[in-house]
Ligand binder design. Structure first.
Ligand SMILES: Nc1ncnc2c1ncn2[C@@H]1O[C@H](COP(=O)(O)OP(=O)(O)OP(=O)(O)O)[C@@H](O)[C@H]1O
Ligand SMILES: [Mg+2]
Length: 298
């Protein structure tokens, strides 16, 4: 999918501003941005649910206004007919997208199985848990075998168990389908996506492959936690050659370092010598969160 200068204004307010990006076949792409950044508006335009003020979208080389045949879409707040059962709902969605009843029924069976809700096939949707509804929402998005699956905040409303289940499901689906999903939970994005599109106030802020962004923006960091406040000590190591930045808050000190091996040796010696009451010593790398905060803070 090629998106060129996509723009959406509501009166004077520009929700999405001159956004251009592309999605490669077979990739799983995370659309990241804070609340109000324009994620839903962007996805709704791609799903032909909102008319762009400006810009064009082409899919597999063809420019069109309506790609609904090729796209499956899970809205941020899906609405179901609570009096229907799961099977009835999926068959209705299949028929609405132009499938014969027999074909829709066969496909619905297959999807209920794939999404792990086959047992609830004849149960009324009104009695479904949040996680089950989310699965059903993904099933309806897949009913017509779309080439691109778009999910708007598929895990944000779920508890940790439901969230884990949907993330695992996305990992399974990305083997066979191109996926574009929005989220503001960076950790989830890092877990499943290949590429990242970060938007801020409706504009493109950062985009690229996750591994490339990591290479460019990731830093080595050593985190030390202690029984007491280490502010004074943290200040004293700021001038070390191997240290690039120190952030001390409450009982935790984050030390950004130029060489993990060197810094570790020096820090452990120092902790020993000064008898610092540390409770943990962790060596790791910064996540996308740092980059996101940088973008949002602009
Ligand atoms: N129908 C509308 N009329 C007026 N303004 C709108 C409309 N829809 C969205 N907006 C505005 O456009 C901006 C982007 O909204 P959007 O829902 O796309 O953000 P989002 O990134 O999906 O946020 P969230 O993370 O909260 O879901 C917001 O400032 C919002 O108030
Ligand atoms: Mg939204």
């Amino acid at each position: 999918m090629e998106v060129q200068s996509l723009t959406k204004s509501f009166g004077k307010h520009v929700a999405v501003n001159d956004l251009s990006f592309s999605i490669e076949e077979g990739h799983c792409v995370a659309l990241l941005g804070a609340n109000g950044a324009g994620k839903t508006t962007t996805l709704e335009m791609l799903a032909s649910l909102q008319k762009p003020t400006k810009g064009s979208v082409s899919f597999l080389g063809v420019e069109k206004k309506d790609f609904r045949e090729d796209i499956g879409y899970l809205p941020q707040y899906p609405v179901f007919f609570s009096w229907m059962n799961a099977m009835e709902y999926l068959v209705l969605m299949g028929e609405l997208s132009g499938m014969s009843k027999a074909k829709a029924m066969a496909r619905a069976d297959e999807l209920l199985e794939l999404l792990g809700i086959a047992d609830a096939k004849k149960r009324k949707i009104g009695g479904f848990s949040g996680g089950m509804k989310q699965r059903l929402g993904i099933a309806q998005a897949l009913i017509h075998e779309p080439k691109l699956l778009m999910l708007d905040e598929p895990v944000s409303a779920l508890d940790p168990v439901g969230r884990r289940e949907i993330l695992e499901l996305m990992k399974l689906l990305k083997e066979t389908t191109t996926i574009l999903f929005s989220t503001h939970i960076l950790h989830d994005a890092e877990e499943v996506c290949d590429d990242v599109i970060m938007i801020h106030k409706g504009e493109l802020a950062v985009s690229g492959s996750l591994s490339e962004l990591r290479r460019k923006h990731q830093e080595d960091v050593i985190v030390i936690a202690a029984d007491e406040n280490l502010d004074a000590w943290a200040g004293s190591i700021e001038s070390w050659d191997v240290v690039s930045k120190v952030i001390s808050a409450n009982d935790k000190v984050e030390i950004y370092v130029k060489s993990v091996a060197e810094a570790r040796t020096q820090l452990l010696a120092e902790i020993n010598e000064k008898q610092l009451p540390i409770t943990s010593f962790t060596v790791g790398q910064t996540s996308l969160e740092g980059l996101f905060m940088e973008v949002v803070g602009r």
